[in-house]
Design a protein around this ligand. Structure first.
Ligand code: PLP
Length: 492
């Protein structure tokens, strides 16, 4: 072991060092030398001992703290190794002349990350039926008990074939989309799948058509990765392809939510779907079809998916278990055109190798046993009731000032104010009512925002939704009384 100077030299510290051995910086269960190290770091970083000042001789510190001398020497050794102290043989141990910046900063920097809220009208909350939860627990338990060697090795970058095959069956039954399990890749949610596929087919700086208004999380993901989102306005038939062609003709991809446009809820018409596919063929571009909530269809049948019309040539189909089961699973998937399977698999392997396999078997069991479909039937009924209660309350309690189209699909609705209303009215009302959900304006990029709210109704008990809707409607009326009108010339 390296010989550690003991500060028995010429200028040892005379006074006791003020050490706090029990504050929040101390791990109470740690060994004595580690606690002492933490206390010394705290004193150094907190400026109680200054750079260049001597630390007490180990014998003296042992006496002061009641720790063994060995513990003191080990703590000093670690301080020196980590750059907090310096030793000079014969003179002793001193606080380093420059303390590591990372540690010094830690004192000022308080990391505050607001946890997501689950109160009304937070989006993305789900309710899993008690029976389905029991099934899931039983399947997961059985899988863990029969844990096999397949989990002990590196796996397929696309995820287990068993779950991919169950998803392929689900896609034929639910969306009429035929694909081979080998074309499916599992990921930890839609955004993850999106990033992996994009990294295989686009270059930084490439443009991507995005619906305007649209899903802000996708837009942010594109920006983070260095792509350029090109906002394309949406009308009652969905993304306006002609406007996309005019403003960003050379985009390399389009990201759309055709079965239930996020957030407005319109279904992309069949002519628009064909127009979009024509553009993708001509521009040699790819289309990301985010089918995030199509399992929750309340009225009428959904149109054939874009991927189904295109037979998975230019369309990448994306689905998620975040809404059909629960978000904490972090399992989403995409179905890929055959020619993308190789490059996307390679991109996945380069990013994070492959998805965790432990829970995939339990999700496959849910799908294959019928428990998944049974849960969907119950959730659909529950969400339909929540949707109706929310829409009716908002309309009634706002004396009709909020227009609330009842969505035929999905887990959120949009409540709109007269387009002549200043969007600040909605912001004022939402803040005063202290509810979750989004302002409609937050989902816009370039188009002039409509004033209103995007409100999640799934996963919230109906009485809570009704109470929150009454509060929001009341505050909307208050804000309308004091709010401004947008001049006619500036309207949409
Ligand atoms: C438009 C849209 N796509 C996808 C998702 C699902 O995201 P993930 O699979 O990452 O949980 C959501 C969730 O709210 C969504 O609103």
């Amino acid at each position: 072991m390296r010989k550690i100077p003991t500060n028995s030299g010429p200028s040892p510290r005379k006074a006791e060092l003020p050490l706090d051995l029990s504050g929040p910086h101390i791990t109470a269960s740690a060994a004595s030398q580690h606690r002492l190290y933490q206390a010394l770091c705290h004193a150094i970083v907190g400026g109680l001992v200054k750079p260049g000042e001597p630390l007490p001789p180990s014998r003296m510190l042992a006496r002061q703290t009641g720790f063994r001398r060995n513990a003191v020497t080990t703590a000093y050794e670690r301080l020196i190794a980590d750059g907090f102290a310096e030793a000079t043989v014969g003179s002793g141990t001193f606080v380093a002349s420059r303390i590591p910046a990372r540690a010094a900063d830690a004192r000022q920097r308080k990391i505050e990350i607001a946890p997501p809220q689950h109160t009304p009208f937070a989006l993305g909350c789900t309710h899993i039926d008690e029976r389905a939860l029991q099934n899931f627990r039983a399947f997961a338990g059985r899988r863990l008990r029969t844990f096999g060697p397949e989990h002990l090795h590196y796996g397929d970058p696309r995820g287990t074939r068993e779950l991919r095959a169950a998803i392929a069956d689900h896609l034929i039954a639910a969306r009429g989309l035929r694909c081979d399990p080998d074309q499916i890749m599992l990921a930890s949610g839609t955004l993850h799948a999106l990033r992996i596929v994009l990294s295989a087919i686009l270059k930084p700086g490439d443009q991507i058509w995005c619906e305007d208004p649209g899903y802000p999380a996708a837009r942010r993901a594109f920006e983070h990765c260095g792509y350029r989102p090109a906002p394309v306005p949406v009308d009652a038939s969905g993304l306006q392809v002609a406007k996309g062609r005019a403003t960003a003709p050379t985009a390399r991809a389009a990201y759309v939510t055709p079965s239930h446009q996020f957030p407005l809820g319109v279904q992309m018409s069949m002519p628009r779907r064909l127009e979009l596919l024509d553009w993708a063929r001509e521009a040699d571009a790819f289309i990301f079809e985010d089918d995030y909530d199509s399992e929750f269809r309340y009225d009428g049948a959904p149109l054939l998916s874009l991927a189904g019309i295109d037979h998975l040539r230019r369309v990448i189909y994306m689905g998620t278990f975040s809404k059909t089961l629960f978000p904490g699973l972090r399992i989403g998937y995409c179905a890929l055109p055959e020619r993308l399977v190789g490059p996307v698999t390679a991109a996945r392997a380069a990013l994070d190798r492959f998805p965790g396999t432990l829970l995939e078997g339990a999700v496959a069991d849910m799908l294959n046993s019928g428990a998944f479909a049974a849960n969907l039937r119950k959730a659909r009924k529950r969400y339909r009731e929540a949707r109706d209660a929310l829409a009716a309350t908002l309309t009634d309690a706002s004396d009709g000032r909020l227009t609330v189209p009842v969505p035929s699909q999905g887990l959120h609705l949009v409540a709109r104010l007269d387009p002549a209303t200043d969007p600040a009215v909605a912001a004022q009302a939402k803040a005063a009512a202290s509810v979750e959900g989004w302002l409609l304006a937050e989902t816009y990029s370039r188009a002039r925002p409509l004033p209103g709210f995007v409100l999640g109704f799934s996963g919230h008990p109906i009485p809570h939704l009704v109470r929150a809707a009454q509060g929001l409607a009341k505050e909307t009326l208050v804000a309308l009384r004091t709010g401004r009108k947008v001049p006619k010339a500036a309207r949409l």
